[in-house]
Design a protein around this ligand. Structure first.
Ligand SMILES: Nc1nc2c(ncn2[C@@H]2O[C@H](COP(=O)(O)OP(=O)(O)OP(=O)(O)O)[C@@H](O)[C@H]2O)c(=O)[nH]1
Ligand SMILES: [Zn+2]
Length: 359
């Protein structure tokens, strides 16, 4: 699409489906092979589930990482952590049993009984799209699933068009002196798919060289509450200080809380970390991929700001690769280590040992 926005009909369909899941209503998805209807387990009620089931029990669909906990791993063909797995619903799988299947928070209190049986995933593209919709709604990737009608159903292509970073535009800009740099300008970006606005803070003045750039993903706990569980707060302040010192830099504040799984799901991951799982396993045990962020958003923001080359403050090779793949030249990776403390030492060593961070 030339202006990057999805055709209005498709956009409305996707927006409605996300809203429906959040409110506990069914949504329909389709691919070339068929169609499904889904109801998010997290927002279902006994009544809405009874209506959804009708005369036959709907099955359950969860992310593969969660399915491993249910001992379904040996029944799977090496599914990726975020890929859909369909679980046969047994007669005793009422809403509370389904909730225990969906949400690892109940694993200690309500050990899972089983045995569970994995079924072949029908309509894999539509099924993967259903779990993505749940994530976009900020919910656990766990739904009741039954056969559906293709008419008016959402497709993976609809979601991709809805999500397309090309649809990002600059909504407002103004001077914003900040403690680290009096000469700064804030730019707000809007996208139909995001409830919150992405922000850029331009520090100092263009120097004719690629700016020092930081892609900062929102972390309410670290940025606002000064959480010691991660290094986000000190990294944010450290980035601004480095840019101020150089006299030219751009901070992108991306609304990708919890590496793209949303605040509530991140806090669920934190609760699993309280039980001893690391940041990687906590994500996958919830049924998500390790990192659900899309760095094309950042590339589009840089493009709108007229920047095609950057010096990137990061320890994460995925950020460099993500920007490069989206057409931004990373002329230099600048290491960005800040704020190690006894509470986040294990988090940081996990990033180094398991996700390839150059720490
Ligand atoms: N899901 C999840 N997200 C987390 C956790 N800890 C921090 N985050 C999120 O991770 C994001 C912070 O990542 P970044 O600061 O961009 O760090 P990075 O990708 O590791 O790479 P760097 O550029 O090297 O810092 C924020 O959105 C945080 O909310 C966690 O344990 N689980
Ligand atoms: Zn953080």
């Amino acid at each position: 699409m030339s202006d990057g926005s999805a055709p209005p009909g498709e956009s409305r369909k996707v927006a409605r489906a996300i809203d429906a899941l959040r409110r506990g209503w069914p949504a329909a998805l389709a691919d070339e092979t068929g169609a499904i209807r889904v109801l998010a387990i997290e927002t279902a009620t006994a009544e809405s589930l009874a209506a959804f089931d009708g005369s036959a029990l709907a099955d359950i669909m969860i992310g593969a990482g969660r399915a491993e906990t249910l001992k379904l791993a040996n029944q799977l063909e090496a599914a990726r952590p975020g890929a859909p797995v369909r679980v046969r619903r047994e007669a005793w799988h009422d809403l509370s049993a389904a909730t225990a299947i969906a949400d690892p928070a109940f694993d200690l209190k309500e050990p899972l009984k089983g045995p569970f049986r994995a079924l072949a995933v029908q309509y894999p593209e539509a099924s993967a799209a259903a779990l993505k919709l749940a994530r976009l709604a900020g919910l656990l990737p766990a739904v009741f699933v039954t056969a559906g009608e293709a008419a008016d159903a959402v497709t993976a292509a609809d979601i991709e068009a809805y999500d397309d970073p090309a649809g990002l535009t600059i909504a407002a800009r103004a001077k914003l002196p900040v403690a680290t740099a009096e000469k700064a300008e804030i730019v707000a970006f809007r996208h139909q798919a995001d409830a919150a606005e992405h922000i850029a803070l331009l520090i100092g003045s263009p120097s004719g060289t690629p700016p020092l750039v930081r892609l900062h993903s929102e972390c309410l706990t670290g940025d606002v509450l000064a959480s010691l569980k991660c290094d986000c707060g000190p990294q944010l302040q450290g980035a601004l200080a480095a840019m101020a010192e150089e006299g030219w830099g751009i901070l992108l504040y991306l609304r990708q809380e919890g590496r793209g799984i949303g605040l509530v799901n991140k806090l669920r991951a934190y609760a699993l970390q309280d039980q001893g799982f690391d940041t990687v396993d906590a994500n996958t045990r919830l049924g998500f991929a390790i990192d659900e962020r899309d760095f094309r958003v950042a590339a589009r923001m840089l493009e709108l700001l007229g920047q095609s080359g950057v010096r990137l403050l990061t320890n994460n090779p995925e950020k460099v690769a993500g920007l490069e793949a989206a057409g931004i030249t990373v002329t230099e990776r600048v290491p960005h280590k800040h704020g190690e403390n006894p509470h986040n030492a294990h988090y940081l060593s996990t990033k180094r040992d398991r996700t390839g961070h150059q720490l």
